[in-house]
Ligand binder design. Structure first.
Ligand code: 5GP
Ligand code: ZN
Length: 114
């Protein structure tokens, strides 16, 4: 946990969020500024600044993907398709320094991204 991290505050319930999923190690909630009809942010409860900080041998990334699959099914975008995105660092577009994945769906997404 990091005292001044907004996603750690969301996990602790100090900031409001619209919860989509929670288990022992992962929390998922609706993005405050959705870029698609379905836009869920999936985060580990343990604070990592980015995906670069995840130790080798950790199963947290695998578990996040499993959770993403479950959320895609629950929100009915599994059949139509969805995108799972991790922005890492400044050029990657990461604005919140707590590891997270975006699950986007509900519309046809463009490629390449901007
Ligand atoms: P990044 O740009 O770091 O990849 O993604 C951060 C995401 O977190 C953005 O899509 C942004 O809209 C979302 N976000 C930032 N602050 C909050 C917040 O307080 N609540 C929620 N629900 N989402 C947030
Ligand atoms: Zn954090």
């Amino acid at each position: 946990m990091s005292d001044d991290c907004i996603f750690c505050k969301i996990i602790r319930g100090e900031l409001p969020s619209k919860k989509v999923h929670e288990d022992d190690t992962v929390y998922a909630f609706e993005d405050i500024n959705p870029q698609a009809p379905v836009h869920v942010v999936i985060i580990p409860k343990e604070h990592y600044d980015s995906v670069l900080s995840v130790p080798a041998g950790s199963d947290i990334i695998s578990h996040i993907h499993t959770v993403a699959n479950r959320i895609a099914l629950k929100l009915d975008v599994a059949d139509s398709g969805f995108r799972l995105v991790n922005n890492c660092g400044a050029d990657g577009g990461q604005t919140v320094p707590h590891l997270h994945y975006h699950l986007l769906g509900g519309r046809s997404l463009q490629w390449p991204p901007g």
